[in-house]
Write a protein that binds this ligand. Structure first.
Ligand code: BG6
Length: 485
């Protein structure tokens, strides 16, 4: 057993008044507190540019909790608010960092160290780390957690990683991909490695292809500048979708340990084949309707013309022994008809049908892992339709369904940040992304972007509420594959 790490007793939140903090971080911390998962000694120090005192910050936090945390999870809110204090800081200059250090020390001596969460613009990562270093806040018992976007390409991500590495060794750096905090994403590991059933057939001999879909109904959501510079490939594929792909494709790690799991994921990411522009589709939504409600087009929301893709579909390959010839079809987009994240594993047909000539149609087995909004696992099997079969035999696909909420009644589902914040405080890195993973992800994404540039790819339009441009359907259909919908 690895040595248990000491739980931090200080949490320093940069960007504490921002959207992520109010919607996710403060509610998650309060929920952890209500369940007795935070040490009584843990003090949370918020910092951001706005001038406010402790009381005003606690008020802001209270409003956030009342807005974003369900009533039944707000038990002990007053005690949680008492953990909070605040120090205003302009992180772009060194000036305020000594005062920040004083504020941290005001919380009393720390026995077990501090976790720092950077939820600020990436342009502030470098100056913030320089400031922390200057103020003596990067000691051996300090962990650094970074929220995306970690760069816009490999080069810029290396600049960020170098700046962080200047003050923290890799075993104290926690890079968030919030998909790894999702319960069903972790369940993928349980499904693969806690059951004997799947692993022997989890390869190109038995699997025909894999589909990974992350569909959203939302549009720009006010993140105009960020999204228009990023696009679907960098916003969703570079991180969340490649992490899902790596978890599906990786070899069994020797244990659920940060090094073992991440070693296996990075091998997959490095084995991703270069993609041709013709193996991809890009799209941008136009006005349409979602759930019966009219929504504007991307260009209208943006107020100008743009070539940013809000949809992309890619046929990817993992060039290794296990996955030879198995396409991984990735698809993500905004303003699609429904919000769904799922992984579909389509198995091969049986090698020989004993029912041939008896009128029975056979379909290959399919495993669907629903990540959101429903958390479920469904395995489709062929079964005989009941009857006496005078005219042959009739077979039909029937699902073996597990709805996670039904299977685990009474366990409340936790949002991703609860898991990740707890792991950060406890120093557990398995569900955080290592530098070599991020860089392998960027390397592949940069190659896709170069292929688009070389081929002069411009996004095709699609109507909001549809499943993207029709060429996304053609991308799979030319391989005889239909997207699971
Ligand atoms: C974020 C992206 O990383 O993930 C957003 O920046 C996207 O554009 C979000 O909407 C999706 O997360 P979830 O958890 O709602 O699927």
């Amino acid at each position: 057993m690895p040595e248990p790490k000491l739980s931090a007793d200080r949490l320093l939140l940069f960007g504490a008044t921002g959207d992520l903090s109010r919607r996710m971080l403060l509610p998650s911390l309060c929920a952890l507190d209500a369940d007795g998962l935070l040490s009584p000694d843990l003090k949370i120090i918020g910092t951001a540019r706005s001038n406010m005192d402790d009381a005003e910050f606690r008020n802001l936090a209270r409003e956030a909790l009342e807005t974003y945390l369900p009533d039944e999870r707000r038990g002990g809110m007053a005690a949680f608010l008492n953990r909070l204090s605040y120090q205003a800081l302009d992180a772009s200059t060194l000036d305020g960092f000594d005062a920040l250090a004083d504020k941290v020390n005001e919380a009393g001596p720390s026995d077990s160290g501090m976790a720092i969460f950077l939820s600020t613009a990436p342009s502030l990562f470098g100056p913030t780390i320089a400031g922390l270093k200057h103020a003596g806040l990067t000691g051996d018992n300090v962990r650094m957690c970074l929220e995306k976007p970690l760069g816009t390409d490999l080069a810029s991500s290396c600049v960020i990683n170098d700046a962080v590495a200047d003050a923290f060794p890799e075993d104290r750096i926690f890079r968030i991909d919030h998909y790894l905090g999702k319960e069903t994403v972790q369940n993928l590991l349980a499904l693969r490695f806690a059951n004997i059933l799947f692993e022997p057939i989890w390869n190109s001999n038995y699997i025909d292809h894999v589909q990974i879909t992350v569909a959203e109904t939302v549009g720009l959501e006010g993140r105009v500048a960020f999204y228009n510079d990023a696009g679907a490939l960098r916003d969703m594929v570079q991180n969340h979708m490649l992490q899902l792909l790596a978890l599906v494709a990786m070899e069994p790690p020797t244990s659920f340990d940060a090094t073992a799991v991440r070693d296996e994921k990075v091998k997959v990411l490095r084995a991703l084949r270069e993609v041709q522009a013709t193996e991809t589709v890009t799209g941008q939504y136009r006005a349409g309707a979602i759930g019966g409600e009219a929504v504007p087009g991307y260009d209208e929301e943006l107020g100008k013309h743009s070539d940013t893709e809000t949809f992309t579909a890619i046929k990817a390959h993992v060039d290794n022994w296990r996955w030879k010839g198995v396409p991984f079809y990735l698809r993500t987009g905004k303003r699609l008809p429904e919000r769904v994240t799922e992984i579909v594993v389509k198995f091969r047909c049986v090698p020989h049908s004993i029912f041939e000539g008896m009128g029975a149609s056979m379909l290959p087995n399919r495993l669907v892992i629903g990540i959101q909004p429903e958390e479920n696992i469904s395995l489709s099997l062929m079964a005989k339709v009941p009857g006496l079969g005078q005219d042959g035999i009739s077979l039909r696909e029937v699902p073996l369904d597990i709805a996670m909420p039904d299977a685990f009644v009474g366990q409340h589902r936790r949002i991703a940040y609860e898991r990740l914040l707890l792991d950060l405080i406890q120093g557990e890195q398995t569900l955080f992304v290592r530098r070599d993973e991020v860089e392998a992800q960027w390397q592949w994404v940069d190659q896709v972007r170069s292929a688009w540039e070389a081929a002069g790819v411009k996004p095709q339009t699609y109507t909001s509420g549809s499943w993207g441009p029709s060429s996304a359907i053609a991308l799979t259909e030319r391989d005889g594959v239909t997207w699971h919908e």
